[in-house]
Structure formats: structure tokens, C-alpha cells
Design a protein around this ligand. Sequence first.
Ligand SMILES: Cc1cc2nc3c(=O)[nH]c(=O)nc-3n(C[C@H](O)[C@H](O)[C@H](O)COP(=O)(O)O)c2cc1C
Length: 442
Amino acid sequence: MPSKQPQPQQPQSPSRPQQPQAQQPQSQSRPQQPQAQQAQSPSRPQQPTVLVGVTGCIATYKTCEIIRLLQKAGARVKVVMTPMGASFVTAETFKALTREPVALEPIDSHSAPIHHITLAQEADVFLIAPCTANTLNKLAHGVADNLLTTTALATEAPLLLAPAMNVHMWRDPCTQESLGLLRARGVQIIEPEAGLLACGEVGEGRLAPIDQIAEKTVAEFARARDLAGKRILVTAGATREQLDPVRYLSSPSSGITGYAIAQEAARRGAEVTLVSGPTNLPDPFGCRVQRVGSALEMFVAAQGAFAGVDAAIFSAAVADFRPETRVERKIKKDTNLDADGSLTLKLVQNPDILATLAADKGSTYVVGFAAETNDVLAAARKKLATKHADLIVANDVSNPALGFGSTHNKVWFVTAQGTEESALISKTALARVLLDKVVAAL
Ligand SMILES: Cc1cc2nc3c(=O)[nH]c(=O)nc-3n(C[C@H](O)[C@H](O)[C@H](O)COP(=O)(O)O)c2cc1C
């Protein structure tokens, strides 16, 4: 019986208006990127927005100076405070410094209707400085009990924390464990310094120098626009090779990595096309998403989107084989069988999407993924050489705690120049690191 012809869906229009073109911060030496082509949303300002979270401790007064430094670097700054933060420095001070309303409970008639979501979406970067032990520990566990912590949970912007606290609070196992969780999720911790603390004790816990906090935040919002004007194709998820209407061959790939890459690329200003196999994930914000089923469908969709892209990242777990025939009706136990009662499937090869498209890549930077169970690095190096890729991201999927379906991974970046091993990081952090490499290559 004939195989079903691939019928990729038409590209959908992006579900989010293009982000504004960020001004390059004054301290940045990076050359100006070309302007993004798409219309800008009139509702979004032209500057990158840094949301500054303020919590309750002695160092809170230093946030005023941090805000000035961020503004000097070209950022629009908005402030969200915890109630305790507001008892150290008043909201009026921050309102005057930022010339923006300050977000602080209780909610009143002047507050935006769903304030934490508006704040979360507006932020290009979320800096919490100073961050108390209380807020740090809450963030590590997803507690959302005030406007600041709720916004932190709701935002997709990169999160930077500059902790400040007593040395014993800092060294407490609970705080250290929370720091580990936050780092693994890709949260950037701006380490406190050791020295004489406000409480009179000596040790780690003093807020990092304010120029260092501002510098790291500026670097983050510069990064937030470093793919502006670039077009990127990402493939994600597994493909399904149907045997009959209700059964298929596939892999357990969840699509989390590819979606994280697409989301991060869009956040950094790229025009992203995501070609996705079936997943349970929602469309990443701001990406053009084409959902497909089989490897043949993915091939056609990826081929259609490949021409002229600046980078193509093939993270999908594409089935190498498909059944030669797709049976039109559900296979029954008493039909389609061999004489001995067994069922023979003949599998034929699917096209190699990475190798085929990369063979004609021109100036497109091509990234392939290698999910292997043995001889991971040897397989990755072979893939790099034979599939015309510029970079292979290799991982060992024999470890059930990593790779398919998990939120974390540990990978090797393999290029012609050598191999680099990553730490065990969240897939969001992996997306960030990978796109740093793409930006450097472009
Ligand atoms: C005078 C004073 C100074 C404080 N300094 C700190 C501090 O430096 N770091 C810290 O983590 N907590 C400090 N605290 C305790 C926090 O204010 C307290 O844990 C509070 O619940 C934090 O709330 P928030 O995280 O919602 O702002 C201080 C409290 C007071 C009264």
C-alpha cells in the first residue's frame, strides 16, 4: 500500500510581535547588528527593559546606584519590590529614579490587570539586587507569594541574582542547595564578596560591587539582542513513522532542547522557524512553528525553510527508517501475518535531513545533534566530517537521567577545531551556551 505523502503545514505567522531593536549599551564594543526586518510592536519601547527586583536588606540603598548605571548603559529600568524591600527604601525613591511606576503590593486600581504577567513579559532581563536569603531560597523552590517572586516565576527573561546576606545565612546548607538548583537552571548568580558585613561579622555575603552587577546585567541585555536580524531554522522533537493509523515507530525525544533553542534565539532577536515533530510543548513565544509528523514531512518542511537562513540547528531525533508501507487500516492479530503467525515489517531509509541540506549550505552555519549510546565522541566526529556540519552537539542517551525527556543534559561540542565538554546544565542553559557559539561563528 502506498505511503502517505508528506503534507507539511503551512508556516504560521509568528505568535508574538517582533521585539524592539535594543540599543547597544554604551560599554559594548560589539559592532552594531543589522536591524531586524519586521515591524516593531508600538507597545514595546525601543530600549531594552531591565526589571530590577528589590528585596529587604541593608544593601537595598545600593540599588539606587545600580539603576543609574543601567540607565547610563541605555536601559529602561522598571522596579518591582517585596514589601520588606519597601521598608528599607521607599517606592517613591525608585519611582523618581526610574520615572516609571513601581510594582509593589497591595494591588490597587492603578495596577496593571495581571501585573506580574505584564512585568514578566516586558522584561528583557530580570536582575534582583540585592537578593535576600529569603527570596533566593523561595525562588529555588518556585514559591510565588509576592509580586516579585510571582514575576520571577512567570518571566522567560534571563534572571540574575546578586545576593547579600550574613555569612552564616550564605553558608547555610539550605542556601547553598538553593544556589545549586538556581545555577543548574541557568540563573546567573553574581557572587557576593567576603569582607566586613553590615551585621559586624566578617565573611562572604557582602553585595558584589555595583559596577560589576551593572556590567553583568548590561552584558546580558546586549546578549538579549545579539541575534537581531538573523534568520534561524531549528528542528525539534521526534518523528513518527506510522505503521497503520494507530501505531508508529518513534523515539522518546521530548523536544525540550529544540524548543529551548528556538525560544532563546527568538528572545535574542532572531527570526526563528521551528520545524517540530509531535510534542506536548506549547509553541515557543515569537517563533514561526511548523508541526509535522514523519521524517519525510520534516524533510520537506526543513528544506522549505533552509534557504537563506544564517544558521540551522538540527536537534530533532529523526527516525532513520520508516515502514515501507503504511497499512491503511489498523493491523489486526489475524491479518497481515506470515504463515508462522509473526508479522514482518520491511523498513526503508528516510532521507538524512542534516546531510542532505548541509551539503548545499553555502554560508549557513550548520549545527547537528548526535544522540548516541556508545562511542559518543567517535560517532560525533564522524558525523561532523560526513554530514558537512560546522558543529555537532553530542550526548550520551544511555543514561536515563540525561537527554531524552529530562530537563538537564551534559554534552560535548565537537567542531573541526576540537571538543569541549559542558557541565551538567539545564536545557535552557544549554540553549544559551549553544547560541553563544552560533553568535561567535556568525
Ligand atoms: C535591619 C535588617 C537587615 C537585614 N539584612 C538582611 C540581609 O542583608 N540579607 C538577608 O538575606 N536578609 C536580611 N534581613 C532579613 C530580611 O529582611 C528578611 O528575611 C525578610 O523576610 C526578607 O524579605 P524579602 O526577601 O521578601 O525582601 C534583614 C532584616 C533586617 C530587619
